[in-house]
Ligand binder design. Structure first.
Ligand code: SAM
Length: 222
C-alpha cells in the first residue's frame, strides 16, 4: 500500500526547497489530503507536484502553484475570500484553514456538486461552493478581503476588482489562453508580477469565451 502521508510530507519539503517560504501555507498544504481531490485512478499521483485532470476538461492545479498563490494572497485569519474556479475544491481547502471563510464559484455543475460534497465530508465548514459564472466576480457576497482567480484570465475585469475591500488584494493568472503571469492586484490599483504559469481558461461573460460556446481542451498541464 502507498504511504500517502509520507508522500505528502515529501511534497511539502519539496515546496519549501522550491521557494515556498510561508510556514502557514506549508502547514496548510501538509494538512489537506490531496488524494481526496483527484479521481480514484490517479490517487497514486496525488502527491506528484503537477496538475491532474478532474473531469469536464478541467484540472486540479499543481501543488506548487496552489502554495505560491496562497502565499501571494497573504491571508489573515479574519479574511472573507472569493475563489473563482472551485474545480476539485483543493485550493479552497488549503485556504479554508487560513481564513475566516471562502466563497468559491464554479461554472461546471458536476464539479461544483462534487467539490461541495467533498469539502463538507472533510469538514471544511467555512467553504461555500456556488454554481455560476464568476468571471466578473460574485457580487452577492462582496466585498472580499482577498480574491483568487484559478483560471487563466485575459484581464482583471473591473467588476471583479471592484469587489475588493479597501486594503484587499487579488491574485490571478493573467495573459493569453496559452501562457499567463501571476499578478497581484492591490485594492488601490497597484500591481506586481510574479512569474509565468499555465492555467485552463476562464470562460463566461468576462473570460475567454462566453457561456454556450464549446470549451476547448485545456492548453497546458496546470
Ligand atoms: N482551484 C481548483 C482546484 O483547486 O482544483 C482548480 C481550478 S481549474 C484550474 C479552473 C476552474 O475554473 C475549472 O474548474 C473551471 O470550470 C472553472 N471556471 C472557468 N471559468 C469559470 C467562470 N467563469 N466562473 C467560475 N468558474 C470557472
Amino acid at each position: 500500500m502507498t504511504d500517502l502521508a509520507g508522500e505528502r510530507e515529501r511534497l511539502v519539503r519539496s515546496l519549501a526547497r522550491n521557494g515556498i517560504g510561508d510556514e502557514r501555507v506549508l502547514e496548510a498544504v501538509a494538512r489537506v489530503p490531496r488524494e481526496r481531490f483527484v479521481p480514484q485512478h490517479l490517487v497514486g499521483d496525488a502527491y506528484a507536484d503537477r496538475a491532474l485532470p478532474i473531469g469536464e476538461g478541467q484540472t486540479v492545479s499543481q501543488p506548487w502553484v496552489v502554495a505560491r498563490m496562497t502565499e501571494l494572497l497573504d491571508v489573515r485569519p479574519t479574511d472573507h475570500v472569493l475563489e473563482v474556479g472551485t474545480g476539485s475544491g483543493y485550493q479552497a481547502a488549503v485556504l479554508a484553514q487560513l481564513v475566516h471563510d471562502v466563497v468559491s464559484v464554479e461554472r461546471h455543475a458536476p464539479l461544483a456538486e462534487s467539490a461541495a460534497a467533498r469539502l463538507a465530508e472533510l469538514g471544511y465548514g467555512n467553504v461555500r461552493v456556488v454554481l455560476g459564472d464568476a468571471s466578473a466576480g460574485y457580487a452577492p457576497d462582496a466585498p472580499y478581503d482577498r480574491i483568487i482567480v484559478t483560471a487563466a484570465t485575459p484581464l482583471i475585469h473591473p467588476e471583479l476588482a471592484g469587489q475588493l475591500a479597501p486594503g484587499g488584494r487579488l491574485v490571478a493568472p493573467v495573459g493569453s489562453e496559452q501562457v499567463q503571469e501571476l499578478i497581484v492586484r492591490h485594492a488601490d490599483g497597484r500591481e506586481e508580477r510574479h512569474g509565468g504559469v499555465q492555467f485552463v481558461p476562464l470562460l463566461g461573460r468576462a473570460g475567454f469565451r462566453r457561456d454556450g460556446e464549446r470549451d476547448g481542451p485545456p492548453p497546458g498541464p496546470r
